[in-house]
Design a protein around this ligand. Structure first.
Ligand SMILES: Cc1cc2nc3c(=O)[nH]c(=O)nc-3n(C[C@H](O)[C@H](O)[C@H](O)COP(=O)(O)OP(=O)(O)OC[C@H]3O[C@@H](n4cnc5c(N)ncnc54)[C@H](O)[C@@H]3O)c2cc1C
Length: 524
C-alpha cells in the first residue's frame, strides 16, 4: 500500500487555519516530517477573524495594563462558560498554561499589547488591544473579573495578522504546505488505523486555472460573510474549476492525520440537521467550513458531540451607553443581564423565539449617538448607525413606543416599573454601576431580533465536532476507544469553547488543541 502514495509525511494536517498551523508548528519541533494539506490558499476563518485570543492568569499585557489576574480566577470564570464540554483537568491545564501559550504565540511573531479598553464593547477600536471579551464583569460573584481578550495587534480585524505570522512560522519550521488540495477521504489499514488521505488537487491544473481558483476564492470570502447568497454565487466557479481540473492525489501519513478543517456553519445541510432552531442568523464562516472535517472523522469511525451547540451573537455594544438599556421580548418581559457577552445575549434571544427589543430613554440614546465615532470600527459604526435609525422606533410614552414596536404595553410598563424601583442587586446580575432608572421621555425600542438583516446580522459559529481524547486529541469512537492515527483540533473537534463561546476562546482553543495533537501525533 505505501508504494501507492504520491506524497508521504510522518504527520499530515488537514486544513491551514489557526489549529492546523499550531499543530504543524508543534509537530515540526520533532524530527518528524510534517505536511499541511489545504483546500484553498490557507487562513480559513482564522484570517477573517478578529484575532482575539482569550488568555489570562497574569499575562505581560495584563500586567502592563495594571490588571491583576490568576489562573484560578480564569478557571473559576471559564467553568461557568465551558459547561462540561471538556473535563475539569483539561480546563485547568488550559488556564495554567495560558501565560505560556500567549508567550508561545509571541515567540512565533504574533504581536499583542496591553492597552486596556475602557468601554464595554464587542471589539475594541485600533487604540485598544486588551478588553473584557466575555461576561467576566457579570460573574464577579464567581471570580474576580479580569480582561482577558488579547486582540492581536494590527489595524481593523486583526485575525489576518495572527494567521500571517503563524503561516510564516510554519513555512520557517520546515513543514511543507500543499494548497488547492481538498481532502475527500481518509484511508485506513485492515486494523482501522488511519494511514493516509485521498485528495483532489489542483497542483497539475493549468496556471490560469490555479490563479482563477485562488482569486475567485479570495474574492468570495468577504461577501460570503456578509451576504452568504452572493458569496455562494461568487464561489460557484471555484467548485467548477475543482470539478474540471482537480486530479487525485494520495498522501501517506506515517504517524498520524490531524483534522483541522474548521466547522460546519457553511453547510446548509448540516445546519438544518443539527441547528434547526437557529433561523435568520448569518454563518460566521468561510466556504471551507462545510463540515468536511467532521464528516471525514465520522466516516473513519469517530463520534461527534455538541453539534447542536452553536453560538449566535447579538451584541448590544458599542456604543457602550446601550448597555444601560433594558432588553425585552414581545411580552415586554426582561430577557437577561444586558451587560453579558453577545453570545449569552444571543442565546437568551433565541430562547424567546428570536425577537427582542432594547428599551432606552432620551439620555441613553443621545449618549449612544455621541459615542458612535469614538468607540467603533467602521463595520461596527455601520451596524450601530443602522440600528439607531432604521432599527429604532421612538414615542413620548412607554405605551406608545410599545404599540409602535409590537411589544405588549402592559408587560413593558411592569418591567420598567420593577427595573426603576429595584434597590438591591439586579435579579439578572447586571452590575450596579450600569443601572439607572429609565424615566426620561421620549422612549425608544431598538429592534435586536435575530433575523436576516444586511446591516445588523446575527452571526453564528458552530462549536461542536468530533469527540477527542482529552490528553492527546485523538478522535474517539462511540464506545470510547480511539481511532488509531486520527486526531481532530480547532472547530472540527469538541474543545474548550464547545459549551459556550466568549470572544477569543475559539482561537485560544485552536492553539491549545492544535499544539496538543501536533505534539502527540509526532511522538506516536
Ligand atoms: C468574522 C469572524 C470573526 C471571528 N473572531 C474571532 C475572534 O476574534 N476570536 C476567536 O477566538 N474566534 C473568532 N472567530 C471564530 C474563529 O475565527 C474560528 O472558530 C477559528 O479561527 C477556527 O479555526 P480552525 O483552525 O479550526 O479553522 P479555520 O481557520 O477555518 O481553518 C480551516 C481550514 O481548513 C481548510 N479545509 C476545510 N476543509 C478542507 C478539506 N476537506 N481539505 C483540505 N482543507 C480543508 C479550510 O479551507 C481552512 O483554511 C471569528 C470568526 C469569524 C468568521
Amino acid at each position: 500500500m505505501p508504494d501507492s502514495w504520491d506524497i508521504q509525511a510522518d504527520v499530515v494536517i488537514v486544513g491551514f487555519g489557526a489549529a492546523g498551523a499550531c499543530a504543524a508548528l508543534e509537530a515540526a519541533t520533532t524530527d518528524r516530517s510534517v505536511l499541511v494539506v489545504e483546500r484553498f490558499s490557507g487562513g480559513g476563518a482564522t484570517a477573517l477573524s478578529g484575532g482575539v485570543v482569550y488568555a489570562g492568569g497574569g499575562t505581560p499585557q495584563q500586567t502592563a495594563a495594571g490588571v491583576s489576574d490568576s489562573a484560578d480566577a480564569m478557571f473559576a470564570y471559564l467553568s461557568t462558560e465551558v459547561d462540561g464540554a471538556v473535563p475539569e483537568a483539561t480546563l485547568k491545564e488550559f488556564c495554567d498554561g495560558s501565560v505560556a501559550m500567549l508567550a508561545w504565540l509571541e515567540g512565533h511573531g504574533v504581536p499583542f499589547e496591553g492597552s486596556l479598553c475602557p468601554d464595554k464593547t464587542s471589539y475594541p477600536t485600533n487604540r485598544h488591544y486588551l478588553y473584557y471579551s466575555g461576561s467576566e464583569l457579570s460573574a464577579r460573584d464567581v471570580a474576580p473579573p479580569a480582561p482577558r481578550g488579547h486582540r492581536t495587534h494590527g489595524r481593523g480585524t486583526s485575525g489576518k495578522v495572527l494567521y500571517a505570522r503563524l503561516a510564516a512560522a510554519v513555512r520557517d519550521s520546515g513543514a511543507a504546505v500543499i494548497t488547492q488540495t481538498s481532502v475527500r477521504r481518509l484511508v485506513a489499514d485492515e486494523a482501522g488505523r488511519v494511514t493516509g488521505l485521498e485528495c483532489l488537487s489542483m497542483r497539475s491544473a493549468p496556471g490560469w486555472a490555479r490563479l482563477a481558483h485562488r482569486l475567485l476564492h479570495r474574492w468570495s470570502k468577504k461577501p460570503y460573510l456578509y451576504a452568504p447568497k452572493l458569496g455562494r454565487i461568487l464561489h460557484r466557479p471555484v467548485a467548477g474549476l475543482e470539478r474540471r481540473f482537480a486530479r487525485p492525489l494520495r498522501v501517506g501519513a506515517g504517524h498520524g492525520v490531524v483534522l483541522a478543517a474548521g466547522g460546519f456553519a457553511a453547510s446548509r445541510e448540516m445546519m438544518r440537521e443539527h441547528a434547526p432552531h437557529i433561523r435568520g442568523a448569518l454563518p460566521l464562516a468561510t466556504p471551507g467550513d462545510d463540515g468536511s472535517g467532521v464528516r471525514l472523522g465520522v466516516a473513519a469511525g469517530g463520534t461527534t458531540a455538541l453539534l447542536r451547540r452553536v453560538s449566535v451573537w447579538r451584541f448590544l455594544t458599542p456604543p457602550p451607553a446601550l448597555v444601560r438599556g433594558v432588553l425585552v421580548d414581545r411580552a415586554g418581559e426582561r430577557i437577561c443581564d444586558e451587560s453579558r457577552y453577545g453570545a449569552a445575549i444571543g442565546a437568551a434571544v433565541v430562547a424567546r423565539g428570536g425577537r427582542a427589543w432594547l428599551l432606552v430613554d432620551r439620555p441613553i440614546l443621545t449618549q449612544a449617538h455621541r459615542q458612535l465615532r469614538g468607540t467603533t470600527l467602521l463595520f461596527q459604526r455601520l451596524q450601530a448607525r443602522y440600528l439607531l435609525t432604521s432599527g429604532t422606533v421612538s414615542a413620548p410614552t412607554l405605551a406608545e413606543v410599545a404599540a409602535r414596536a409590537g411589544v405588549d404595553p402592559d408587560g413593558l410598563a411592569a418591567t420598567v416599573a420593577a427595573y426603576n424601583a429595584a434597590t438591591g442587586p439586579d435579579p439578572l446580575g447586571k452590575p450596579e454601576e450600569l443601572r439607572r432608572p429609565l424615566d426620561q421621555a421620549p422612549y425608544s425600542l431598538i429592534d435586536c431580533s435575530i433575523r436576516p438583516r444586511l446591516l445588523y446580522p446575527a452571526p453564528v459559529l458552530t462549536l461542536g465536532g468530533l469527540v477527542v481524547e482529552p490528553g492527546t486529541g485523538q478522535v474517539l469512537r462511540a464506545d470510547g476507544s480511539v481511532v488509531p492515527g486520527l486526531y481532530a483540533v480547532g472547530r472540527s473537534a469538541v474543545g474548550i469553547c464547545s459549551g459556550s463561546y466568549v470572544s477569543g476562546l475559539s482561537i485560544a482553543d485552536c492553539v491549545f488543541s492544535g499544539r496538543r495533537a501536533g505534539r502527540h501525533a509526532a511522538q506516536a
